[in-house]
Design a protein. Sequence first.
Length: 197
Amino acid sequence: MQRRSLLRAPASAALAGRLNPAEAQHVHQHHAEAAAQAGGVYRPKSLNAHEFSTLQSLSDLIIPPEGDQAGGAAAGAAEFIDTLCSGSARMAAIFTGGLAWLDHATRRRCGSAFLAATPEQQHALLDLIAYRRNASPELNPGIEFFDWARRLVVDAWTTSPAGFQALGYQGNRGMTSFEVPAGAIKYAFERSPFREG
């Protein structure tokens, strides 16, 4: 219960759309410690094995790996979300319900669960639920779920070591000088209302 109570604050912040970097780091640290205690392999706390695998696949569809840069799955997005779900029954319901909807919708369209569908079939379904303009009674639950999944996968990736590396984040380091890149200056001057005619 102590672990769950420690995760309530970050889960509540995520539910409110205000997960700050310090809370995100706490979640990353927590799932890394859980993996270390289990021999280096993270064991889902809230999602079942199928749901967790589906979420890993979905994480890589939201942020695909590029070259040597990790995608959502390698950055631990599924672990991050499962850890948040273990601290909030409401968050767990959003993800278990959303992943069930994803499987149900894929079965209706393709005859298989989301994981067993072809990449083209997966992308076709995600293209439908990625936009609110596609709202319909049939798609609304998927659209709501995908909004949650997309935001939390991005939060997980951008606050992970893999995301820091890909984004070039150097942290809070002292600098003796700072030079604004020439491209940034050019961009600002081209859009400035004070530029010379």
